[in-house]
Ligand binder design. Structure first.
Ligand SMILES: Nc1nc2c(ncn2[C@@H]2O[C@H](COP(=O)(O)OP(=O)(O)OP(=O)(O)O)[C@@H](O)[C@H]2O)c(=O)[nH]1
Ligand SMILES: [Mg+2]
Length: 417
């Protein structure tokens, strides 16, 4: 427990949160049965990991974009990443079939409006602005009008941030929120802010109907302990994380990944790995067996992706196959680069029958799957083609003939865009 406390504090988790968390883990650990293959210490680490995931929010939360148009408002301190996140969300939601309008309600600095206009140009999304001096409330209101007139079904409102939480800013945000009744009010927080962010989040949460958090700059060194603190103190769900300055630098939030990151560099990471390996070993062996027998379906592949996200045993599975070592590395790299979500979305959009018999997926089904997964038919085609090649390779391996690995393309192509 002392070790756990140290790792959490080092990851910048609020000390009160750490205290409660450790007490909770202790309670769960006492009397817990030790799983086969683990020693007591490893068992505790597994409990810590599972509890972290639970506190961080177990399941992912989807955006609830109701209303016509749906309104999403971004709030947060200066420099937290509101404007960038507005553009990232616009790109993402457009992929899901929305017609977003960006609204520049940060009226205090002309540069802020310019920044959004430039981003809008870059991504090809309309930006609503008003002349300098127009009150933010008025900009937001007229933005909704314009959206209605021009057939936008989604309005993303970028607001002004301050260096610190202050009354005039809060008042203004409260008034805007009151006037436009956003379906989602996303609080944008810079992951590098550390401890102070808990107070900031509480202050926003008290005054505004905040529905979710976006944690930006997770591509930096931040361990993400602040996220755990904020989540635990406010109960607000973390919806997305920002992973870069570019407009494609955003990912849905995955509690298990952040849990691992928080445990991260501490000595106990290796313990978590060992625990996961033991737990996943059986599943990995089962899948390897199916691969060799060429019974490997898209369902198996999907289940591997889930496993990979937990701790990466696709490398393990592949390394059991002679000659597939280089695929293992490539697959792991794809995981590290976060390219799995798209492939998962594609497989999720297939019916169970299609997953077992991908040969039935002809043109119209491909279109439906692309639409359902927010990808393109080219993406679906690529996945199917490469999956077919992979199955062929499996069959050859199973029959004892050594295939040319070059002929496989490589697994990364399957995961890459
Ligand atoms: N590395 C990285 N940089 C980010 C991320 N999100 C935003 N930034 C950068 O952080 C800086 C501030 O981002 P903005 O989007 O302008 O922040 P803001 O909240 O709109 O700031 P104000 O309008 O001044 O209140 C910019 O340089 C962004 O490029 C992220 O996820 N990763
Ligand atoms: Mg801004």
């Amino acid at each position: 427990m002392r070790e756990v406390r140290r790792v959490l504090l080092e990851a910048d988790v609020n000390f009160r949160v750490v205290k409660d968390f450790v007490a909770h883990v202790r309670e769960r650990a006492l009397g817990a049965e030790v799983l086969s293959g683990l020693n007591a210490g490893q068992q505790v680490v597994k409990i810590v990991h599972d509890e972290l995931v639970a506190v961080l929010g177990g399941e992912r939360r989807e955006l609830q974009l109701t209303g016509k148009p749906s309104v999403l408002m971004l709030v947060g301190l200066q420099g937290s990443g509101k404007t960038t996140t507005a553009a990232k969300l616009a790109v993402r939601l457009r992929k899901e079939g929305r017609r977003p309008l960006l609204v520049a309600a940060d009226v205090y600095r002309p540069a802020a409006v310019d920044q959004l206009v430039q981003l809008g140009d870059q991504i090809g999304i309309e930006v609503h602005t008003r002349s300098v001096g127009t009150p933010a409330l008025e900009v937001a209101r007229s933005g909704i009008e314009v959206a209605r007139q021009r057939g936008h079904d989604l309005v993303l409102i970028d607001t002004a941030g301050r260096l610190h939480v202050d009354e005039p800013m809060m008042d203004e945000l409260v008034r805007i929120a009151g006037a436009v009744t956003p379906a989602e009010t996303m609080l944008v927080i810079d992951a590098m802010t550390g401890q102070e962010s808990v107070m900031v989040a509480e202050a926003f949460h008290q005054r505004l109907p905040v529905t979710g958090l976006v944690l930006t700059k997770m591509d930096g060194d931040a361990r993400g302990g602040a996220a755990l603190s904020i989540r635990s103190v406010t109960g607000l769900p973390i919806t997305f994380i920002g992973t870069g300055e570019r407009t494609d630098g955003m990912e849905p939030f995955h509690p298990d990944r952040l849990a691992q990151r928080i445990l991260g560099m501490g000595d106990i990471l290796s313990l978590v790995e060992r625990v996961q390996e033991t737990v996943d070993q059986e599943e990995a062996e089962r899948v390897a067996q199916r691969m060799m027998e060429a019974r490997f379906t898209l369902d198996d592949f999907r289940s591997q992706l889930t496993q990979v996200k937990k701790m990466g045993p696709i490398g393990q599975v592949l390394s059991m196959i002679p000659g597939a070592g280089q695929m293992a590395g490539a697959a792991q790299q794809a995981v590290d680069e976060g390219q799995l979500t798209r492939v998962e979305a594609i497989i999720d959009s297939m019916t169970p029958h299609e997953r077992r018999h991908p040969e039935v997926i002809k043109a119209s089904r491909r279109r439906r799957i692309a639409l359902g997964s927010g990808t393109s038919t080219a993406d679906v085609n690529r996945l199917l083609k490469q999956f077919a090649e992979m199955q062929k390779l499996m069959r050859q391996l199973g029959s004892g003939r050594m295939p040319r690995l070059g002929g496989l393309g490589d697994l990364r192509g399957m995961l890459d865009r």
